[in-house]
Ligand binder design. Structure first.
Ligand SMILES: *Cc1c(COP(=O)(O)O)cnc(C)c1O
Length: 422
């Protein structure tokens, strides 16, 4: 089947502007509040705290910066103030979701943590509580867990929290992708002891960049605010008792976020319509959409993904930088679908590659329901070790999920994908 290429590229998820952003940026300019103080910052901190339902929100330069300060807070709470020049998690083990963007993990490493990756489950593609419990059996002295709500789908939050409580561990919630998603009627972004969201360009709303630290603790909010502005003490001169960071959000960026916040629910509704249109359009194909627990959660539908049934996968191999496949009647694979989309000027993306299989983390342990993945090469050969993370990466992909994609464009994408299975 021949399809026309899109004249305008259909993006995975690009910024969607509305006009009011400029008004608040202009206001910052006109009043000369062009630095890291101002009305836009104050307003968005109040609006987001109110929306998520937490007591405090601290606007930062990025979600990554927020996760870094989450790591530092957790480390100091658990292990005390570190010696100068060492991280707050130095030499300490941290359990972390395996299928995620690297910015979940890296900030823990900035603070010196040794990461152990936890496999995913198939109900929400997030951290598997059974594997997490297994990890505590193997490493009972671990005191910190980092949970991601992947692609805007809440994980098994109650189960994870109960396990953390049982083992006296703290929880960091990385809600960078899930702003606006709810779990048991409660907004994500404040389930952890420390929580982060992001306003990166591809997220559900954006400041072009930016992030926030969310908490119910006044003390933690104050610490983050102080750390993020170079840890200045209250004195007439620059006085410092602690290491500081330049992590505060600019009032200009905050103006963009301020213009976006009124459209958050609209963006979610658009993303939901995209997800449902795909779901309907794929009827009869051997694929399913990225799953969620419909009884307990409502995602923000940030990215629509699909996963191909095992017996409908054609052969596909991936090296560290390339992918090959052999086309087969009635079957397909993510590589074929992504190639077809790219050929027609539409952007899909593989599932976030599991962290345990990233070269930088190749020596780190990886825990599945069947135990430790250390020495997994031998286990693979023996055929007694499999993990959900690799399986989802192998069979899944992220679909074009841009708010501005038209119904016609999406229908064409659906037809292109259908043709891959012919
Ligand atoms: C985007 C993202 C981050 C990082 O946020 P930035 O604002 O880009 O620094 C962290 N974790 C996850 C899961 C993300 O998707």
């Amino acid at each position: 089947m021949i399809f026309n290429s899109f004249i305008n590229k259909v993006w995975l998820s690009s910024p969607t502007m509305h006009g009011e952003e400029l008004k608040y940026v202009q206001e910052a300019y006109n009043t000369n509040w062009m630095s890291t103080v101002g009305e836009n910052i104050n307003t968005i901190e109040a609006l987001i705290a109110d929306y998520v339902g937490c007591n405090y929100a601290v606007a930062l330069s990025a979600g990554t910066a927020s996760l870094h300060l989450c790591a530092k807070l957790a480390g100091e709470k658990l292990y005390g103030i570190p010696k100068a020049g060492t991280g707050a998690l130095s030499g300490r083990r941290v359990f972390c979701s395996d299928v995620t963007f690297s910015a979940t993990v890296n900030p823990m490493v900035y603070e010196g943590a040794e990461i152990v990756f936890i496999d995913s489950e198939y109900d929400t593609w997030n951290m598997d509580p059974v594997a997490l419990e297994k990890a505590f059996e193997i490493y009972p002295d671990t005191r910190l867990v980092v949970l991601v709500n992947l692609y805007g789908v809440p994980g098994k939050i109650d189960e994870i929290k109960a396990i953390c409580k049982k083992h006296n561990a703290l929880l960091i919630e990385d809600a960078a992708e899930s702003l606006g998603a709810t779990y048991k009627g409660v907004q994500t972004g404040c389930f952890g002891d420390y929580n982060a969201i992001s306003f990166n360009g591809n997220k559900i709303i954006t400041g072009s960049s930016g992030g926030m630290f969310l908490t119910n603790s006044k003390e933690d909010a104050e610490k983050v605010r102080k750390w993020s502005t170079q840890s200045r003490e209250n004195a007439p001169w620059y006085q410092h008792e602690e290491v500081g960071y330049n992590y505060r959000m600019s009032n200009v960026i905050a103006g963009i976020v301020r213009g976006q916040i009124p459209y958050l629910n609209e963006h979610i509704a658009q993303k939901k319509a995209i997800y449902e249109r795909y779901k309907e359009g794929f009827k009869g194909l051997p694929v399913s959409m990225n799953p969620f627990d419909s009884a307990n959660s409502e995602p923000n539908y940030w990215l629509s993904c699909l996963i191909i049934d095992k017996d409908a996968m054609c052969r596909q191999v991936r090296s560290s930088s390339d992918a090959l496949y052999i086309s087969e009647a009635g079957k397909s694979c993510p590589t074929e679908i992504l190639n077809v989309l790219a050929e027609h000027n539409a952007e899909g993306r593989p599932i976030w590659k599991p962290m345990h299989s990233q070269p930088i983390y190749r020596m780190n342990d990886f825990i599945t329901v069947s135990g430790s993945g250390r020495g997994r090469t031998n286990a693979y050969i023996a055929g007694d070790f499999s993990d959900a993370a690799t399986d989802i990466f192998t069979r899944g992909l992220c679909l074009p999920s841009d708010n501005k994609m038209t119904a016609d464009e999406q229908d064409a994408i659906i037809e292109m994908i259908r043709s891959c299975f012919e």
